[in-house]
Design a protein around this ligand. Structure first.
Ligand code: BG6
Length: 495
């Protein structure tokens, strides 16, 4: 009995950049089912052979190190193409016929919706009408993977979830947030709950504040059609940033079961304090890089934010009063995704801190998601042979040093395998999505009100509008930027 993966929107960017390289790498590592066919489905005319050629080019462009002729030949023999749309039942019937012809009879089926989200309802309805989503004891699983952002606001996300639930059970739905597939993000759970030393400190008694940043050097690129309607809040905060926040803030799950983990994440999202409209000016910053409106496909008067920063509070016993500062932007100075856990100062200062900045120093745990994947612990040490002079130093862990050069696979590799193996832990449940939207909707309504912060311009390749520094500066804090490929003990702050 075989397995079929169908990729809807197979001629798009995601398939070429992420999905085919991830499937090919899994194939090379012998992690895919023995009997497997992968069918690309899209409107453009391709044959099986021309689709294979296109995917070969994709490997050359996006995963050149992975390529070897022998394994590619074997992998490519499992790739097929089906042209179609979802205007009527014909496409589904043709797809179903192809699936049955290839893997006759096929047992399991994974549908990847790599299309624009507006096509989800049509694809799902088409598959349901053709009875291609129904699971029974005899016919194996039927699963779908959908990309983020799921919906545009709470209302649309509820509608989409409702449409899904009419024809599928929750455990057939794999809502992807590729940040959850990153090794360094998965390691957050291991760091917090696989070690005994962090958890006692992981609360309002010892932590002053938390920062989570996702900075990119690229601009909108060729994605204006999507991005100009979406913006940083919906593209990065609603999903990647809030997901990381839940992993940092959640209570220890009682088991490693997917739902135990998801239940704890939901509790964090429930405890997040809504940013009241009248606090928008103080608790949020929105920016747009200079030149954005001249990018191809962007509206000349676009007010889409390409940068945002928020100050968030979580109203529960562990985190009451501890600010979480989140920021993300395109066209930033460096590409880096990182988390800073800033601990409190010692209650009294008995040492004579002579070395300039050390009087401001507090212990810090920097968790680098990318680049320089690793963790750095900062503390004060005595400078030898200099009286009682002190200096900040750091202890470093990097995945590369500990596990070797090729230790970090692409997030999609892991996520696709988990979906094939039926593990939903790294995918988001419908209630998580809706709670995250409810929070983001609150920020958006503040931005639409008379309390909206201004849309600030910022120069490309900087750290965003200077006002983002005031968000922390008003609280006597500053952004930390630690995660870049360097091995020194003098992290840059953005002060
Ligand atoms: C995607 C966003 O989810 O994440 C993109 O839609 C963004 O706008 C990308 O560029 C960033 O992902 P990564 O893995 O490069 O940090």
């Amino acid at each position: 009995m075989g397995t079929v993966i169908v990729i809807f929107g197979a001629t798009g960017d995601l398939t070429a950049r992420k999905l085919i390289p991830a499937l090919y790498n899994n194939f090379r590592k012998k992690r895919l089912p023995e009997r497997l066919s992968i069918i690309g489905f899209a409107r453009k005319p391709f044959t099986d052979d021309s689709f294979r050629d296109k995917m070969k080019d994709a490997i050359a462009a996006f995963a050149p190190d992975a390529y070897d002729a022998q394994s590619w030949r074997e992998f490519a023999s499992r790739l097929f193409y089906q042209q179609g749309d979802f205007e009527g039942s014909e496409s589904c019937n043709a797809l179903s016929a192809k699936m049955n012809a290839l893997e006759s009879p096929f047992e399991n089926c994974l549908y990847y919706l790599a299309t624009a989200p507006e096509f989800y309802p049509r694809v799902i309805a088409g598959l349901a009408d053709a009875n291609m989503l129904k699971e029974s004891d005899q016919n194996g699983y039927r699963r779908i993977i959908v990309e983020k952002p799921l919906g545009h606001d709470l209302q649309s996300a509820v509608t989409i979830n409702h449409d899904f639930h009419r024809v599928m059970k929750e455990n057939q739905i794999y809502r992807i947030d590729h940040y959850l597939g990153k090794e360094t993000v998965q390691n957050l759970v291991v760091l917090r709950f696989g070690n005994a030393i962090f958890e006692p400190l992981w609360n309002r008694n010892y932590i002053d504040h938390v920062q989570i940043s996702v900075a990119e050097t690229v601009g909108v690129e060729h994605r204006a059609g999507f991005y100009d309607k979406t913006g940083a809040l919906r593209d990065i905060f609603q999903n990647h940033l809030l997901q990381i926040l839940t992993l940092i803030a959640m209570e220890p799950p009682v088991t490693s079961q997917a739902d135990a983990l998801r239940n704890e994440k939901v509790k964090v999202l429930t405890a997040m304090r809504e940013i009241a409209k009248e606090h928008s000016t103080h608790a949020t910053v929105r920016g747009q890089y200079e030149g954005y409106r001249a990018e191809p496909g962007v509206g000349a008067n676009s007010t889409t934010e390409t940068f945002a920063a928020l100050r968030i509070f979580i109203d529960n016993w562990r985190w009451q009063g501890v600010p979480f500062y989140l920021r993300s932007g395109k066209m930033m100075k460096e590409k880096s995704s990182e988390i800073t856990i800033q601990f409190r100062r010692p209650p009294t200062q008995i040492l004579d801190m002579q070395a300039g900045r050390t009087e401001l120093f507090t212990n810090r745990l920097s968790i680098c998601i990318q680049p320089d994947e690793g963790i750095h612990l900062h503390f004060i040490a005595k400078v030898p042979d200099q009286g009682m002079q002190t200096r900040p130093v750091q202890m470093d862990f990097t995945f590369q040093d500990s596990f070797g050069e090729k230790a970090i696979p692409e997030a999609y590799e892991r996520l696709l395998l988990d979906a094939l193996n039926g593990d939903v832990s790294l995918f988001t449940r419908s209630d998580e999505i809706e709670l995250a939207w409810s929070f983001i909707d609150g920020v958006c309504s503040g931005w639409e009100s008379e309390y909206s912060p201004p849309l600030l311009g910022y120069k490309p390749h900087t750290w965003g509008p200077a006002e983002a520094n005031d968000l922390l500066g008003r609280d006597g804090r500053w952004w930390i930027h630690e995660c870049k490929v360097h091995h020194g003990s003098d992290p840059e702050t953005d002060r």
